[in-house]
Write a protein that binds this ligand. Structure first.
Ligand SMILES: C[S@@+](CC[C@H](N)C(=O)[O-])C[C@H]1O[C@@H](n2cnc3c(N)ncnc32)[C@H](O)[C@@H]1O
Length: 308
């Protein structure tokens, strides 16, 4: 059964983070200006800072402090074009963004042609999704993406089926009226999860991976992809400072490329039925106060596809 969330049991000193300047890449600036309809960058930045304060009240993740909610993640992944091709070939292809936060990544996918009606965004905290509406100046009528609020550690929400290798066991549900992810078992062509798995213990990461694996459609080309904090050798991120509210610090469990590959190819899916591409890259994190100035942080970029 579900453990208490690591994030909720953490107490500590909050002084583990530096103040971060709001810097946008040119493609982020262009995307945000066009989707918000704001007249200029000054107005955009003022709105971002306002919604940041509101989101930090909801939960003080480092990604909120770092303005990660306006940074494009999904579209910068090497397999993003595969996602856009997938929906060209299968116009009904369903995409789930799990741990979607404000929903910035799905909004970018829609701007790039992914049909909004095929997208499910899900997060524990509906308040982040609501702040997303404020940032993008939308509402559920003008931005009708299906949003499901729920906890991936609750089996009734995420389901506990095993991966589907033949035809899905149940008909594809209507997204309208859907309240849980479980009925989608075997129907999702793509699942994006970024900056997400590292929030959980090793055992919970495996449980969530198994549940997400069961949601994936058996159709060749279906994919699960994203990026998470990692280490060159799996284990606790001992090089980080101690935990603080919203920040796991040295209690964060990180996979390495091999352990992550083994989890998906062998534990979640039968060995040899998926192709995993996993790569650990060094990550610049000037925003973190570190114990030793020489410590390095890493991210794991990964994709699993069903191509058999
Ligand atoms: C660090 S943020 C990452 C957001 C986004 N994917 C990104 O890459 O910027 C993690 C997100 O996961 C959500 N989350 C945390 N625990 C969760 C849970 N148990 N079930 C579902 N979502 C959860 C948080 O509310 C938050 O929006």
């Amino acid at each position: 059964m579900a453990e208490p969330h690591a994030e909720e049991v953490i107490q500590g000193h909050a002084n583990t983070a530096q103040t971060v300047d709001l810097e946008l890449r040119p493609e982020e600036e262009a995307f945000l200006l066009s989707t918000t309809g704001l007249p200029d960058v000054d107005a955009l930045k003022a709105l971002i800072v306002r919604v940041q304060a509101e989101a930090a009240e909801a939960f003080p993740y480092p990604c909120i402090r770092r303005f990660d909610f306006v940074k494009l993640k999904m579209s910068r992944l090497p397999c993003y074009n595969r996602l856009l091709s997938l929906v060209k070939d299968d116009p009904d292809a369903l995409l789930l963004d799990i741990g979607c936060c404000f929903g910035t990544d799905v909004r970018k996918a829609i701007a790039d042609g992914y049909p909004a009606k095929n997208i499910i965004a899900s997060d524990l905290r509906p308040s982040f999704w609501d702040v997303g509406h404020k940032l993008f100046r939308s509402n559920p009528a003008t931005f009708p993406v299906t949003f499901l609020s729920g906890d991936v550690l609750h089996s009734t929400f995420i389901g506990m089926a095993s991966p589907v290798y033949g035809a899905p066991r149940t008909p594809r549900p209507e997204l309208r009226g859907l309240r849980e992810l479980a009925p989608l078992a075997g129907h999702l062509r793509a699942i994006h999860a970024s900056n997400f798995f590292h929030l959980f213990t090793e055992a919970n990461q495996a449980a969530i991976a198994r549940s997400l694996g069961a949601l994936l459609a058996p159709t060749p080309g279906s994919m699960i992809f994203g990026t998470h904090v990692s280490r060159p050798k799996k284990g606790l991120r001992t090089e980080a400072p101690p935990p603080a509210p919203g920040y796991l610090g040295n209690r964060m469990f990180c996979h390495d490329a091999q352990s992550w590959t083994d989890l998906w190819d062998g534990e979640v899916f039968q060995k040899g039925t998926v192709r995993v591409e996993a790569e650990v890259l060094e990550q610049a994190r000037e925003d973190l106060v570190v114990l030793d100035p020489g410590v390095k942080f890493y991210q794991l970029i990964c994709i699993y596809t069903k191509d058999h």
